[in-house]
Design a protein around this ligand. Structure first.
Ligand SMILES: *Cc1c(COP(=O)(O)O)cnc(C)c1O
Length: 463
């Protein structure tokens, strides 16, 4: 079965999560290339390898649970996005998906720009030497301190989220003697057929200024009058894990209508349009994401066509993929602890991590796949639920998946496509120690974010 909308949430999708699972693959040892990063394979002993490194050795050296990030794949995806959009567009990696200093270096080297949405992300970007003009600052409630820091660092753009913030940014920039380039984030009234929590462009939400009722037009009017800011474009982000271009089509059309209205009223053609991120990836073999070049082609065509019919010059387009770059590049490696078969129902497989390293299943009903990776097995498929070790029955990592029936404590299993929104949303629930992120490349492995220690926990607890 293939589908164009991910059943991230039963409320918005036409597929029910409960009781829905794919049939077992013909061979449980097969690693579907849709969900595994590019350098993953199985060696002749049946052990899964990444960048030539067997996971058994990685587990010994780095422990479990741990995230292993395929650096060559990450870089290849950056290049694919940059090349697909070309010189007349800008690709901003959404740092909230996963950010570390090593990631910033890779982005810098591969020619991408970077979205940050907090002081912490900004600090990471600046510390790792991201040129400030390649950074954009987002957020619906940026603090005065965050704005000051961004303006004085000279970030390339601040995406304004409200009327209040517009005045704040203008005031801060003036007092620092700067003129800050800004975009206005509008909500276009598109519900991108995804989960309520991650669909962010219908109007009943905290982000952005509504196009409806002339709100966005009023925001433009005020922005053009304020000293300290230079309005360079309009921004729209319609949601996450989107497979279908229809939402972008509607969104682009509405943003272009605003650009035309701005030209008619003020005689100004704003030079930039940002269509946000939200492009879907394959979490399970059933998902069918599009390639960057297809996305680039269709977004560019949509904007160009709409601008032509409105008699506008085509503005410079930018996009902000996070998940689509980092998501497929990493897997989480776990060790199997206890196994609890429930006759006629399913088998609960407990691993040494859980909702502290992957909250997406609990938070969004996200779907994942899983595989036994420390050996081959020709045992029968066993309907399994992979759960963590937290004190919460919703602590589920993979709701429904098939694992071999001879699975045993001590086996290693891995969940692919955990590069985005897993480490970045990780928590210390139950005083769990957040897992490391290990970058693997050409037979080498290096820790880029180390494992948390009990000292780390106790250092924050001042007694
Ligand atoms: C979250 C977010 C993104 C990235 O979303 P992905 O689903 O990771 O591509 C891009 N832009 C904005 C404004 C966001 O809030």
């Amino acid at each position: 079965m293939s589908r164009s909308a991910h059943p991230a949430g039963p409320r918005y999708a036409d597929v029910h999560t409960e009781g829905h699972y794919s049939p077992p693959p013909a061979d449980l040892n097969t690693l579907d290339e849709k969900v595994w990063s590019r350098t993953v394979g199985r060696d002749e002993d049946g052990v899964v390898t990444v960048a030539g490194l067997p996971v058994t050795r990685l587990a010994e050296e780095f422990g479990t649970p741990a995230y292993f990030l395929d650096e060559a794949d990450f870089r290849a995806r950056c290049r694919a996005w940059a090349e697909a959009f070309g010189k007349d567009a800008d690709v901003f990696y959404a740092g909230k998906a996963f950010l570390s200093r090593a990631v910033v270096h890779w982005l810098k080297e591969e020619g991408l720009n970077l979205d940050v949405c907090s002081g912490g992300e900004l600090a990471t970007a600046l510390d790792a030497g991201m040129p400030p003009e390649r950074i954009a600052l987002h957020g619906n409630n940026k603090s005065v301190h965050e704005i000051e820091r961004a303006v004085s660092a000279g970030v390339g753009r601040i995406v304004l989220d409200s009327f209040q913030e517009m005045v704040r940014v203008a005031h801060i920039a003036q007092s620092l003697g700067r003129v800050q380039p800004v975009q206005i984030r509008v909500t276009v009234g598109v519900e991108a057929h995804t989960h309520e929590f991650i669909a962010t462009a219908h109007e009943d939400q905290k982000f952005g200024i509504a196009l409806a009722d002339g709100q966005a037009a009023e925001a433009v009017r005020r922005a053009l009058r304020l000293d300290g800011i230079e309005l360079v474009g309009i921004h729209s982000h319609i949601g996450s894990q989107i497979f279908d271009m229809a939402g972008f089509e509607v969104s682009a059309r509405r943003v272009v209508e605003l650009l035309a209205a701005v030209r008619d009223e003020h005689g100004v053609e704003l030079p930039e349009i940002d269509l946000g991120g939200g492009l879907g990836i394959a979490y399970t073999p059933e998902d069918d994401p599009r390639e960057p070049h297809e996305i680039a082609k269709s977004l560019t065509a949509i904007v160009t066509r709409e601008c032509e019919s409105a008699g506008l010059r085509t503005p410079r387009i930018s996009v902000e993929p996070g998940r689509a770059i980092v998501g497929p590049t990493a897997f989480t490696l776990y060790e199997v602890g206890t196994i609890k078969p429930l006759e006629g129902l399913r088998t609960y497989v407990s691993v040494d991590g859980g909702m502290s390293d992957n909250i997406r299943t609990a938070l969004y009903d996200a779907e994942y796949s899983v595989a036994l990776v420390s050996r081959r097995s020709d045992a029968e498929p066993m309907l399994s639920r992979v759960v963590g070790k937290h004190c919460e029955s919703g602590d589920i990592v993979v709701r429904d998946a098939f694992l071999p029936a001879d699975l045993a404590p001590g086996d290693l299993i891995a969940v692919p496509a955990t590069g985005a929104y897993c480490r970045s949303m990780a928590s210390n629930y139950n005083h769990a120690l957040r897992p490391p992120v290990v970058a693997v490349k050409d037979g080498g492995a290096r820790v880029i974010v180390r494992r948390e220690t009990e000292e780390d926990l106790l250092r924050l607890d001042v007694g």
